[in-house]
Design a protein around this ligand. Structure first.
Ligand code: GTP
Ligand code: MG
Length: 355
């Protein structure tokens, strides 16, 4: 079996070197992409075994080397993975929101609740304008839908230890004619986040967070209210942020929001929140770009304390739709040295404020 090499009909494309399409198109969808044999001959499928070889012969008969396939692949509805994310972000401006936190703190429930709230109609002034990952969202929420008669709503646990991204396209009422805001909401297994507190190698795997539009770290409100667990919760969140800063996962432009979840399960929420937030502000205020705090009850137990589903979630989403001013590029003003030489009469001196 000879090895297949990636190739492109467009000379400027580097797909043969880095495997990435110049136009950021999914390789399967790119009309210029093909596999070639080391000899230079075009080849159309990777041979896995003898049986596949036979299939390949058939494929060769069906598709001539330069024949253009007009079919268009649609989004599968599954979440984007790190591997295929650029096929979308390459052509669409997106805001990536990284949702972090330990096991079962409520990361996935937050995401699913946003989808659910938008399904009921406009979420205050936020309008649903589409999603390429509806299957992924539904898969995550099916448990809570299935048992909607039950007192304890539930979300399927997240098993993936790599980031997956759910897509939401949103508009604001009154701005229907403006382009939509595309959000990519990350979902990841909480054990991976917990492990990253203990090893720098695992933390470094999260390094793409440094490019985030917003970072949300969820603290489990139910554990915070438990006398025995509370100290551990304080310790864990502090350690995670410290490690993330040390490993440059959180950088000076990181816009970090600490969110206490399951507000319906926490008595004296103001007291607990103040204690946690004061501690974190003291430790990290100057170490990240922005540090803010909030409390939510994405999916409270029905009728408990009169807290409504999605309490506090609107403010989060509205904030994600705003620009991240910290991440805006900052240009340094360069002063051009001038002299009295005649030559300088032909150069342009930059106008500085006040000059
Ligand atoms: N009472 C209450 N329970 C909640 C709330 N939000 C989430 N939960 C419950 O908390 C449990 C864990 O929620 P998940 O969203 O699966 O947590 P996760 O952080 O995604 O967990 P992993 O994927 O395992 O890391 C589920 O049983 C949810 O129903 C809330 O606002 N109130
Ligand atoms: Mg989850």
């Amino acid at each position: 079996m000879s090895e297949s090499l990636k190739a492109c009909k467009q000379k400027e494309c580097n797909v043969s070197v880095d495997g990435v399409c110049m136009e950021a198109i999914k390789l399967d969808d790119c009309p210029h992409f093909y596999f070639r044999l080391p000899s230079g001959e075009a080849k159309f499928e990777i041979q896995e075994d003898e049986e596949d070889q036979e299939d390949e012969e058939e494929t060769k008969d069906e598709v001539a080397p330069n024949k253009h396939d007009d079919s268009m692949s649609l989004y599968s509805g599954e979440p984007f993975t790190i591997e295929n994310l650029t096929s979308f972000t390459g052509g669409t401006a997106c805001k990536s929101i990284y949702i972090l936190g330990g096991p079962e703190c409520g990361k996935t429930t937050l995401i699913v609740t946003i989808y659910d709230l938008l399904q009921q109609g406009p979420f205050n002034d936020i309008l649903f304008a589409g999603s390429h990952t509806l299957v992924g969202a539904e898969r995550r929420s099916h448990l809570s839908h299935e048992i909607s008669g039950s007192l304890d709503p539930d979300t399927e646990r997240t098993f993936t230890r790599q980031f997956e991204f759910l897509h939401l396209s949103l508009k604001l009422k009154g701005s229907e004619n403006h382009p939509a805001t595309n959000l990519l909401l990350s979902d990841i297994n909480g054990e991976k986040i917990r492990d990253s507190m203990n090893t720098n190698a695992t933390m470094s795997e999260l390094e793409r967070i440094k490019y985030a539009h917003r970072v949300v770290y969820i603290v489990d409100g139910e554990l915070l209210g438990d006398v025995r667990q509370s100290l551990i919760v304080h310790y864990d969140v502090k350690l995670f942020i410290k490690r993330a800063i040390d490993c440059k996962v959180f950088v000076p432009t990181t816009d970090l929001k600490i969110v206490i979840s399951k507000a319906d399960k926490l008595n004296d929420i103001d007291v607990h929140a103040k204690k946690l937030f004061d501690m974190l502000e003291k430790a990290f205020k100057d170490k990240v770009g922005k540090l803010s705090f909030s409390c939510i009850a994405a999916r409270p137990i029905p009728n408990k304390l009169g807290i409504k589903m999605g309490e506090g979630v609107y403010d989060l989403v509205k904030d994600w739709m705003q620009d991240n001013l910290l991440a805006a590029p900052k240009y340094e003003r360069i002063r051009i040295k001038t002299s009295n030489r005649s030559f300088n009469r032909f150069t342009t001196k930059p106008r500085l404020n006040g000059e």
